[in-house]
Design a protein around this ligand. Structure first.
Ligand code: CDP
Ligand code: CDP
Length: 237
């Protein structure tokens, strides 16, 4: 009887759609990965998809104001997220771009490419396809508001901008890139502004999202918080 119940729970667990949104370096990716692992869910980094698209635009030397050209290009672009060996790998037209999409040139251009309507349409369609069977954690900017407005659980992660800049600085240091916290604060504020002010699918908290301020939390604490919420939802079912 007990094992049957666990199985039932496991089945229910597989069905949830978890939406995690918030500004850059608030902890979305790291926390989402941990949650997905603990729940046996699929993890989708939607920012990586916009980054891959941006990399292609930069590699083809297309000016960022060529919105129609970029929109047409999006339709002819294949972006694949692969988690077969545990690590998330990003493929752009069958080439592994997992590292390349994290470079500073992509980071500086990605918000502009993400404003283009056609680009968003292509990405959102693919994200909905990946999530339609549930058992998935998707993180980005518009998951709870646009991609899955009926998600079972919506978390909106935030953190003080200085703390987010310090986190980014550490990551960049590991890549051998030296940038001051002041410079990173400026870049984060600018990206938050662009992401929040755009006309289509701006970064905003869904009305029914739970705010999670990670400024003083640990990664495990963040993951525990979300898993606890999942358990509360499953108990009510
Ligand atoms: O990892 P980081 O927080 O730096 O950003 P990301 O999640 O990789 O997202 C990069 C950029 O993609 C964001 O600044 C947004 O401009 C865009 N994005 C978006 O428009 N919609 C999403 N669902 C995810 C990302
Ligand atoms: O996906 P998003 O851009 O929101 O943030 P992230 O890439 O998950 O996190 C940015 C960095 O902050 C990562 O290197 C995390 O390890 C680190 N970090 C965190 O997310 N949460 C903490 N409580 C402490 C550090």
């Amino acid at each position: 009887m007990k094992s049957y119940k666990i199985l039932q729970n496991a089945k229910n667990l597989k069905k949830l759609v978890i939406a995690i949104d918030g500004p850059a370096a608030s902890g979305k990716s790291t926390t989402s990965k941990l949650i997905a692992k603990r729940l046996g869910y699929l993890y989708v980094d939607t920012g990586a998809m916009y980054r891959a698209m941006t990399l292609k635009v930069l590699q083809q030397n297309i000016s960022l104001d060529q919105t129609e050209t970029i929109g047409r290009l999006a339709k002819r672009t294949q972006i694949r997220l692969d988690q077969s060996d545990g690590e998330l790998k990003v493929f752009l037209d069958n080439r592994d771009v997992t590292q390349a999409i994290r470079n500073q040139a992509v980071t500086r251009a990605v918000s502009t490419v993400s404003m283009i309507k056609k680009v968003r349409e292509v990405m959102v369609r693919e994200q909905r396809r990946m999530g339609k069977r549930g058992g998935i954690v998707l993180e980005g900017r518009d998951i709870g508001t646009v991609v899955f407005p009926n998600a079972d659980l919506k978390i909106f992660m935030v953190a003080h901008v200085e703390e987010r800049a310090r986190r980014r600085q550490k990551e960049l240091k590991k890549q051998g890139v030296k940038v001051s916290v002041e410079q990173l604060v400026k870049e984060l504020v600018e990206r938050d502004r662009k992401d929040s002010k755009r006309d289509i699918s701006p970064l905003q908290k869904a009305e029914d999202a739970v705010i999670l301020d990670t400024s003083k939390m640990t990664l495990v604490g963040q993951a525990d918080f979300v898993v606890q919420k999942v358990q509360e939802i499953l108990k009510k079912r």
